[in-house]
Design a protein. Structure first.
Length: 153
């Protein structure tokens, strides 16, 4: 199944909607200091970036609809399916890490990814699990940064 995508139009719509959403929620996320020290507000730089992003999104939409300048890309599901599945696996990895912890999530997800990519040597699977355990203890005891331990620990 092939889908034709107008890149200017869709990137303008998506980035414009994202910048509008972020402009709306920014006052609730970035607080202004309670006292006036004369320093610029912490909202200035992100606000300017979001306004510029919204402006250029509108420019892309106008360029697509009014001036008919468009680059059309064909999206072939059969070619893109492995990359989309890999991205989905990494999203599941993040959710799984919060639920069961870093070590089990890393072991489960990266073993699935290795199998998906065609790796069948058992040493690589053992090395992956050992690397996950090693990275966990490296962060915990050397860097003193705690990685998610999960609900069970």
């Amino acid at each position: 199944m092939k889908i034709k995508i107008k890149t200017n139009l869709w990137s303008g719509i998506i980035m414009g909607a994202l910048s509008l959403i972020l402009l709306i929620i920014m006052p609730y996320q970035v607080r202004v200091p309670a006292y006036d020290s004369g320093a610029p507000s912490p909202r200035i730089i992100p606000g300017m970036c979001l306004v510029l992003m919204l402006f250029f999104s509108v420019v892309l939409i106008i360029q697509s609809l009014v001036f008919k300048k468009e680059r059309i890309v064909e999206f072939d599901w059969q070619k893109e399916k492995p990359a989309i599945l890999l991205i989905a696996l990494l999203c599941i990895y993040v959710a799984l890490m919060l639920l069961v912890g870093f070590i089990p999530a890393s072991a489960i997800t990266f073993i699935i990814i290795l199998y998906f990519c065609g790796e069948r040597k058992p040493f690589i699977y053992i090395f992956t699990i050992a690397a996950a355990v090693g990275i966990y203890f490296l962060f915990k005891f050397v860097f003193t940064v705690s990685l998610p331990a999960g609900l069970f620990f």
